[in-house]
Structure formats: structure tokens, C-alpha cells
Design a protein around this ligand. Structure first.
Ligand SMILES: Cc1ncc(COP(=O)(O)O)c(C=O)c1O
Length: 454
């Protein structure tokens, strides 16, 4: 194999046997999560009400490599290893001397990278004797992934779906129902958190922070039920490292070395999973750049504050040190629903804070323009979330053209956009707004940050 291949494919035997845990390789030890009530560092017992012990251990593990159970690898084999493509046609359109590659995670049954963690989360919950999972979903990708994974392990699944997506994406609901899940529009009347939001804002279109509050409350108040989160937490990013580990092996197969890695960031899981296996090389002197891309309408890494905050609106989750726009920040209803989260993974946040990772933000119109350029050259219609990474990669390729340098650009195409065609229609009809977030909105939301630590 060499750089002229279009698809770099690994065999099933090459599905990673371990996930890569970045914790022991972090430049400085991450700050502990704090209890939402006492403000003291939390221990494993504080998380027992909603997570199985095996996942709590992974959250804090000092081990660099964590074995992937055979039952999980067997399900991974339905779509993994995922292909790495050389975007030759896009390179030609851009007239760039750069070599552009993309890792495609849209070939999973749910259409994104999310099943990489949904499957092990369902597996460990089932092994712990749990019968039912409560979770939230923004754009519907995570809910679909969890519905699929629960079906595979015989678990019931209830999904609190942010109301704006529930209304915009009826076929995501059908998909979850096909895999046997129950779906509620959030805020719902099922939980105290949902009822409180509805009382204050009867027309609320919901937010990820609010849906998380509902799912956490559901899990915490039922013995047979646990909670599952699709991003942000260390164990989620850990499971997603199959993406980066495979990408490394694929690049090695063709004798290629990345100059820059690009991925979009909602809660940080596809970015972390894709880049963390390369962070270790960077610590050993490698010059690879890592670029995180987010929407200007929810600019957590580029305009947020590095501070302790809650992960949800109702302040039920532990407080984490991360970039945040404030836990009651309500982002505009942009089409990349999966990127509308007020916070970010503490691990990704710390790497941005320490200058290991760069962050950029884009408006949605240029992002859709990049998505269409990509679809018309490479064929795949990307999810609006993933299109942020495409925009980032295209800008890198244009800079390489201006510098006349044959840089190697690798990005993660985290999902396809087959359920997002209404957003494409809106883009073609020039109905998408480039929402300029006023600084006063950010200042207002940041006023309610909890008064602790950093
Ligand atoms: C296709 C796709 N990409 C990216 C994301 C962002 O999530 P994360 O930052 O956890 O990868 C989502 C979230 O729903 C998504 O559906």
C-alpha cells in the first residue's frame, strides 16, 4: 500500500485490542471532578447510583492500555476497522499540494462514531445486572447509537431527545424506535427537572444540558436503571480512541505522517478519540498540530471560560474543570445539534488550556459550503457536525496551497448527514442564519458559574 491508494483498509484482526487511556500521559494531572452538593472531590461511590463500577474505574484509571472485551470487538467488527480515505478529488478541486485524508465513522449502523462507546457502555451495564438505560440525545446520533447498543445486549432504553431535534428529525426517532427505544421530547413531564423547565419556559425547545438533567434524574431514581453519556467523560473518550489507533495504523501502512489532525468538537469525544493516540507522540517531540473545530454559535473553546462548572442545567452532575459557556447557556438552534453543548471534555479542555490543542470556530453557512464542496467531490454527504471538521481541513489545505507545501492533513468525518437533509435544503434556500453571539449573552451565562477552585 502507498499514498496513491484511495481507501486504506485494515483487516478485522487489526481492530484494536486495547483502548488508549491518555490520563497517565497528560502533561499535568487533570483536576478532580467535584461533588455538586459538597464541592469536595468525588470518589467512585458518588457515581455508583448511575454508572457501573467498571466504567467508573475506567474514568479514573492509571493504566495506559485497557483491554477491549471480546464481546465488544465482535460487535465492532460489524463496521470496524473503518476506512481511511485519501480525498484525491477534493485535493484536485482545491488545487492544493496537500495530501488530505479522512477517517470515515459514518459507516456504523447508526451513522456516526457514537456506537464506539455506546456498545461498551451497554456491555458493562449488562454485565453489572442493569436492565434499563436512560440517556439524552441532541441531534439524535447518540440516542440512535445507544438504542442500537441496548438492543444488542437486551437492555431497555429511554431517550430524552432535545425538543428542537425531536421536531426537526422525525426519522431519527423512527430509527431509535426500530431498535426498540422509547423516545421523549425534552423538556418532558416525566422528571422534576423537565417539569421545572416547562414551568419557567413553557415554549422551551430544550438543550443538551436540560436533557442530561432529565436522564440523570431518571437513572438516579430507579434501581434497575443506569445513565449513559455520549461524550465529555473520560471513559467515553477512551472508547473512542479506536478511531485514532486505527488511523495511526493506516497512516503507517502507507508510510505517511500527519502534519495536522482536524476534528469537530461538541463534547469532545470524536476529537479526543481521533487525536489522543497522537498526543503521546507530540509529547515526545513530534510536531503534529491538533485542531478542534466548533460553531461560532456555541463557541465553548474559543470564547468560553476555563472554570469549574456543572455538566447539566439542573446542577445534578459533578462539577468539572473545563471550558464552559455556563451551564444554563441556551445556544441558538443551529443545525449542528450535536455541537450545541455549553461545556467540553475536561481532557480536551485542559489540552487546549495548555496549548497542546488549537481551537477555531466557524459560522454555519461557510460550514455548509464546505460540506457541499466535499459531497460534490468525494460523494459522501457529511453530518453538519462533521462538516465543521471539513471546513477546518479545507482551510488548512488552502493555507498549504498558499505556502506551496505538500502538508499531510487528516480529519475525522464523524458521521453522514442522511437525516440532516432539511438542513441542506435550508442552506440551499439561503435560510441559514450566521448567528453572531453577543458577548453580553456569554457574560450573563457565566455569571452563574459555581464559586469553586480555578
Ligand atoms: C456526527 C457527529 N459528530 C460529532 C458530534 C459531536 O460530539 P463529540 O464532540 O462528542 O464527538 C456529534 C454529536 O452528536 C455527532 O452526531
Amino acid at each position: 500500500m502507498n499514498v496513491s491508494e484511495t481507501k486504506i483498509i485494515l483487516s478485522e484482526q487489526e481492530i484494536p485490542k486495547h483502548w488508549y487511556n491518555i490520563l497517565p500521559d497528560m502533561p499535568t494531572p487533570p483536576a478532580p471532578p467535584l461533588h455538586p452538593g459538597t464541592g469536595k472531590p468525588i470518589g467512585p461511590d458518588d457515581l455508583k447510583a448511575i454508572f457501573p463500577m467498571s466504567l467508573i474505574e475506567q474514568e479514573m484509571s492509571p493504566q495506559r492500555e485497557i483491554p477491549i472485551p471480546d464481546e465488544v470487538r465482535e460487535i465492532y467488527a460489524l463496521w470496524r476497522p473503518s476506512p481511511l480515505f485519501r480525498a484525491k478529488r477534493l485535493e484536485r478541486v482545491l488545487k492544493t499540494p496537500a495530501r488530505i485524508y479522512y477517517k470515515y465513522e459514518g459507516n456504523s449502523p447508526a451513522g456516526s462514531h457514537k456506537p464506539n462507546t455506546a456498545v461498551p457502555q451497554a456491555y458493562y451495564n449488562k454485565a453489572a445486572g442493569i436492565r434499563r438505560i436512560a440517556t439524552e440525545t441532541g441531534a439524535g446520533q447518540w440516542g440512535s447509537a445507544m438504542a442500537l447498543a441496548c438492543q444488542m445486549f437486551g437492555l431497555e432504553c429511554t431517550v430524552y431527545m432535545v425538543k428542537v431535534s425531536y421536531e426537526q428529525k422525525p426519522y431519527r426517532r423512527s430509527m431509535m424506535a426500530t431498535w426498540g427505544a422509547e423516545i421523549l421530547a425534552s423538556p418532558s413531564n416525566r422528571t422534576n427537572a423537565g417539569r421545572a423547565i416547562l414551568a419557567a419556559h413553557p415554549d422551551s425547545t430544550g438543550s443538551l444540558g436540560a436533557a442530561i438533567s432529565e436522564a440523570v434524574e431518571d437513572a438516579a431514581t430507579r434501581q434497575d436503571t443506569n445513565y449513559a453519556l455520549g461524550s465529555v467523560l473520560n471513559h467515553v473518550l477512551l472508547h473512542q480512541t479506536v478511531i485514532g489507533l486505527e488511523t495511526k495504523a493506516q497512516l503507517e501502512k502507507i508510510g505517511e505522517k500527519a502534519d495536522v489532525l482536524v476534528a469537530c468538537v461538541g463534547g469532545g469525544s470524536n476529537f479526543g478519540g481521533f487525536t489522543f493516540p497522537f498526543v503521546r507522540d507530540k509529547a515526545h517531540g513530534d510536531k503534529v498540530r491538533l485542531v478542534a473545530v466548533e460553531p461560532k454559535a456555541c463557541p465553548t473553546l474559543t470564547r468560553g471560560k476555563f472554570s469549574y462548572d456543572f455538566g447539566d442545567t439542573a446542577q445534578l452532575t459533578p462539577m468539572m474543570l473545563m471550558y464552559t459557556l455556563g451551564h444554563d447557556f441556551m445556544p441558538a438552534s443551529i443545525h449542528a445539534g450535536g455541537l450545541r453543548y455549553h461545556g467540553d471534555s475536561p481532557l480536551v479542555s485542559q489540552l487546549v488550556h495548555e496549548g497542546v490543542v488549537e481551537a477555531v470556530a466557524y459560522h454555519q453557512n461557510p460550514v455548509f459550503e464546505a460540506a457541499v464542496t466535499f459531497a460534490r467531490s468525494e460523494g459522501i454527504i457529511p453530518a453538519p457536525e462533521s462538516a465543521h471538521a471539513i471546513k477546518g481541513a479545507i482551510d488548512e489545505a488552502i493555507r498549504a496551497r498558499e505556502a506551496q507545501e505538500a502538508r499531510v492533513i487528516v480529519f475525522n468525518l464523524s458521521g453522514h448527514g442522511h437525516f440532516d437533509m432539511a438542513a441542506y435544503d435550508n442552506y440551499f434556500a439561503k435560510k441559514l442564519e450566521d448567528f453572531e453571539l453577543p458577548q453580553s449573552d456569554i457574560d450573563d451565562a457565566l455569571k452563574n458559574l459555581p464559586k469553586v477552585g480555578a
